[in-house]
Design a protein around this ligand. Structure first.
Ligand SMILES: *Cc1c(COP(=O)(O)O)cnc(C)c1O
Length: 413
């Protein structure tokens, strides 16, 4: 092998020379929107309409009736649970593969997260496993559309209807995912979106809570607005609530991000489909399943399954390093929630002290989620905004690493 051909991790040139688009993306439109907000003097939602209008437009885009502009995508989940009257003594089913906040929000309302295994192809909550985990204390099922891949919403909405449970969609990965023609976040009692910096549209931080039910919407708004009732006196607090409101700065930026979003979503989808076809031709690589009932996928990450047997036994971490060296923007899978220290130690601070059902998370096994955490590769979404041929370079880089896998393994990384 000539030195020109060597993989980057062994001293060769990276296969991908030009950088992928940076994230976040902004231009003068954000700058002008921020400047106009400054000059308006209306910096919070009591004195402006930017955040509220953005949230409502964002909800409409996803086919939901209401959208509430909030601090972040953790508080939106907590608010959804509170509005559904989930609290002490209740259980909420949460999938093993997700960010800690999905379970953290359940703890925030002092309810018990019941961790359940995922589907091996979509990595989303397995509907049959969720059904098997239902007890008389179960009040809600939280589904996470992992890396934007929709969970089986037909099965989950039917299950929740049959068992009288709330479905709460954690859509933090799935801005722009459409299931049978309608956006995620419009199928359950609530949909929760994050606008934190790594997400598919962002103001650094932020969240939108979507829903279709007027009563649930009012309860959620009250919880996020200090327990107030809209239209009534400022110091009329009728229930427990907190200040979880989005600022007008965030609303101003996000309104522009939403204008740019449909085109970005289209581009990400085209590139993701083409990349999936190219990766499928490589032995040992299997892209995350794109359910044909999904019209588009808002790819928070691009995820594929990795079989180290087809790569001379190269372990996942070394493969990630080798691929990153080729110029691919790498992410990393979450550990399965049951493998996080917070659950193994059961240290929930002031939560779950008294009457809550006790779960021994340390001895809980979620075989599919645990395996997926060790055998899936997560790539940053910004690469999906690259030029089509540059995106296909990702598959060429995987192949290049495979062709020289034995040498990489022998060098030991
Ligand atoms: C990012 C994220 C959240 C939390 O959103 P924040 O805005 O960071 O609070 C919740 N769930 C999932 C799956 C996420 O990725």
């Amino acid at each position: 092998m000539t030195s020109d051909n060597r993989v980057a991790i062994l001293g060769g040139q990276p296969l991908i020379a030009a950088p992928f688009p940076r994230w976040p993306i902004w231009d003068d439109r954000e700058r002008e929107a921020l400047s106009a907000t400054l000059d308006s003097g209306g910096w919070w939602d009591g004195d402006g309409e930017r955040a509220a209008r953005f949230a409502s437009d964002f909800a409409a885009y996803h086919g939901a009736k209401h959208g509430l502009a909030m601090t972040n995508g953790t508080h939106t989940l907590e608010t959804a649970l509170a509005a559904c009257d989930v609290g002490e003594g209740d259980e909420v089913i949460v999938p093993g593969i997700t960010f800690v906040a999905s379970a953290g929000a359940v703890l925030a309302v002092n309810a018990t997260p019941v961790l359940v295994d995922v589907d091996p192809e979509t990595l989303c909550l397995d509907a049959a496993a969720a059904e098997a985990a239902i007890t008389e204390r179960t009040r809600a099922i939280m589904v996470v559309h992992v890396a934007g891949a929709a969970a089986d919403l037909d099965a989950l909405t039917a299950l929740c209807a049959r068992r009288g449970l709330h479905l709460i969609e954690d859509c933090a990965h799935a801005h722009g995912t459409f299931w049978r023609g309608r956006g995620v976040g419009s199928w359950g009692s609530f949909g929760s979106f994050s606008m934190q910096s790594s997400k598919l549209m962002t103001a650094g931080e932020g969240g939108v809570l979507t829903c279709n039910d007027d009563r649930l919407r009012d309860l959620a708004r009250s919880y996020a607005n200090c327990g107030r009732v809209e239209g009534e006196w400022f110091y009329h607090h009728v229930r427990y609530g907190a200040n979880l409101r989005m600022t007008e700065w965030q609303g101003a930026v996000l309104a522009v991000q939403l204008e740019r979003f449909p085109e970005q979503n289209r581009r990400r989808n085209q590139n993701a489909v083409a990349l999936g076809e190219a990766l499928s031709r490589i032995e040992g690589i299997r892209p995350q399943f794109r359910d044909p009932r999904m019209n588009s996928q808002g790819n928070y990450c691009y995820v594929f399954h990795y079989d180290q047997a087809a790569f001379a036994g190269m372990d996942l971490r070394l493969f990630e390093k080798a691929l990153g060296a080729e110029g691919v923007p790498m992410g990393v899978s979450y550990p399965s929630l049951n493998e996080l220290e917070v659950f193994k130690r059961g240290d929930f601070g002031p939560r779950l002290r008294a009457s809550a059902p006790k779960i021994d998370y340390a001895s809980l096994r979620l075989p599919v989620a645990e395996h997926a955490a060790r055998s899936t590769v997560w790539l940053q979404h910004r690469l999906l905004l690259g030029e089509p041929d540059q995106v296909l370079d990702v598959a060429r880089a995987v192949k290049r690493v495979q062709d020289q896998a034995a040498a990489i393994v022998a060098a030991g990384g």
